[in-house]
Design a protein around this ligand. Structure first.
Ligand SMILES: CC(C)(COP(=O)(O)OP(=O)(O)OC[C@H]1O[C@@H](n2cnc3c(N)ncnc32)[C@H](O)[C@@H]1OP(=O)(O)O)[C@@H](O)C(=O)NCCC(=O)NCCS
Length: 146
């Protein structure tokens, strides 16, 4: 069954909030996702597998740059290339609207996520010390530039 990547809809928020709970120490709530539906600078995508929402990734377009955040895939479906598809699609959408630079932050110890971003053309350009809480950890700042 192929993965379908599509825009976030209101019906998705309950499942996404559950995926957040199992994935992050500071998970987004259903309300956090609902707010995104009304932001004209936000592009949020979900991955659907066999009719089930299994992940999401988002981008905010700020000053002509694409700021990618909240890349997450449910534990059950990790390692199937879903995050790569989500991030690649965000980049494709951004490029289609003329965006040439994309950025994101990731925990320095999150090797799986860093690997996904590198595969999608991102490179580490700096470290922001103690950027994350629970637990405290440095952030690697990554960029994808044309
Ligand atoms: C990070 C995350 C989104 C990746 O999702 P995914 O759908 O499993 O990712 P993909 O299947 O597209 O790719 C995973 C890649 O990481 C690799 N990988 C997995 N664990 C790894 C590790 N410990 N070190 C290095 N690479 C690793 C896999 O081999 C795979 O690469 P490959 O296809 O070249 O073999 C998922 O693990 C997740 O939701 N984690 C919790 C939330 C999170 O940390 N999000 C990122 C916030 S910045």
């Amino acid at each position: 069954m192929p993965v379908i990547i599509r825009k976030l809809k209101e019906d998705d928020v309950k499942t996404l909030a559950m995926i957040e709970q199992e994935s992050f120490s500071r998970p987004w709530s259903e309300e956090d996702f609902k707010e995104l539906l009304f932001l004209d600078y936000a592009r949020y995508l979900v991955a659907e597998l066999d009719g089930e929402v299994v992940g999401s990734a988002g981008m905010r377009v700020v000053c002509g740059e694409g700021d990618i955040d909240n890349v997450v895939v449910s534990k059950k479906h990790r390692g199937k290339g879903i995050a790569k598809e989500l991030v690649s699609e965000l980049v494709r959408l951004g490029e289609a609207e003329g965006i040439k630079e994309f950025t994101l932050e990731v925990r320095v110890g999150n090797a799986a996520a860093i690997h996904v971003y590198e595969t999608c053309g991102f490179k580490g350009e700096g470290v922001r010390p103690s950027f994350y809480e629970a637990p405290t950890e440095d952030a690697l700042i990554m960029w994808r530039r044309d």
